[in-house]
Design a protein around this ligand. Structure first.
Ligand code: PGA
Length: 248
């Protein structure tokens, strides 16, 4: 049977200076990181590349976003190819803050996923419903549509190339976490949908995000369809991210 390797991502969002980033990794070097787990940190772009050059032998670093075109007149954007050329191997795509604040559509996200996968980047593909959608009982339909549109015509070279991050928007940065039952129910649903899309559903990692903390990770990870976490606030401090990764 295929065992899915647990994945933990630390999404720093728009936080930290270069000095603070260096401090994070310097402290992290003295902590114990379970080698059986895959981890990656996602610093803001202005410090990603210098931190990657300095710490790439010990830590995986990735981008929070990219544009699907390779180069040209796209002021303010950085392409997947540019990341790849600097040996960056991971990127988040379709985070709810990109979808909501920067109005990224499913179609745009699909172009990014496709380009990223073509370049062999590992993509952390995010999806999630709003509180209103959940209260109206539309959450399954929303997730199904985000999956089908975002991963339209996607071909995987291997199953570890994509990681699905289910992040209910009402749980992000709010301290309000989905119950383990709600999370497991949705992860199971996503796995069934991936199967319908002819993707290797038993091999693809599906991780949870939204107010994950050292105090609640153990309960979340008890569920069979939850393969890790995408962590925002609690990934800003090395000790708390480390406690999440080594939750057992
Ligand atoms: P949070 O963010 O852990 O601060 O809720 C998670 C995310 O947005 O990925």
């Amino acid at each position: 049977m295929f065992t899915r390797k647990e994945f933990f991502g630390g999404n720093w969002k728009m936080n930290k200076s270069f000095a603070e980033g260096k401090q994070f990794f310097t402290t992290s070097k003295n902590l114990n990181w379970n080698p059986n787990k895959e981890t990656a940190l996602f610093p803001p772009l202005h410090i990603l590349i210098p931190l990657h050059y300095q710490f790439k032998d010990s830590f995986n670093l990735g981008s929070q976003n990219f544009y699907f075109e390779d180069n040209g007149a796209f002021t303010g954007e950085v392409s997947a190819l540019m990341l790849k050329n600097e040996a960056i191997q991971y990127s988040i795509v379709g985070h709810s803050e990109r979808r909501q604040i920067f109005k990224e559509s499913d179609e745009l996200i699909n172009k990014k996923v496709t380009r990223g996968l073509n370049l062999n980047l590992k993509i952390i593909f995010c999806l999630g419903e709003t509180l209103e959608q959940r209260e109206k009982n539309k959450h399954f339909d929303i997730i199904k549509s985000q999956l089908n549109l975002g991963l339209k015509d996607v071909v995987l070279k291997h199953s570890e190339q994509i990681i699905i991050a289910y992040e209910p928007i009402w749980a992000i940065g709010t301290g309000k976490i989905a119950t383990p039952e709600q999370a497991q129910e949705m992860h199971h649903y996503i796995r069934k949908e991936l199967n319908k899309m002819a993707l290797p559903s038993n091999e693809i990692r599906i991780i949870y995000g939204g107010s994950v903390k050292p105090e609640n990770i153990k309960l979340i990870m008890k569920n069979e369809d939850i393969d890790g976490a995408l962590v925002g606030g609690a990934s800003l401090k090395p000790e708390s991210f480390n406690r999440i990764v080594n939750y057992e």
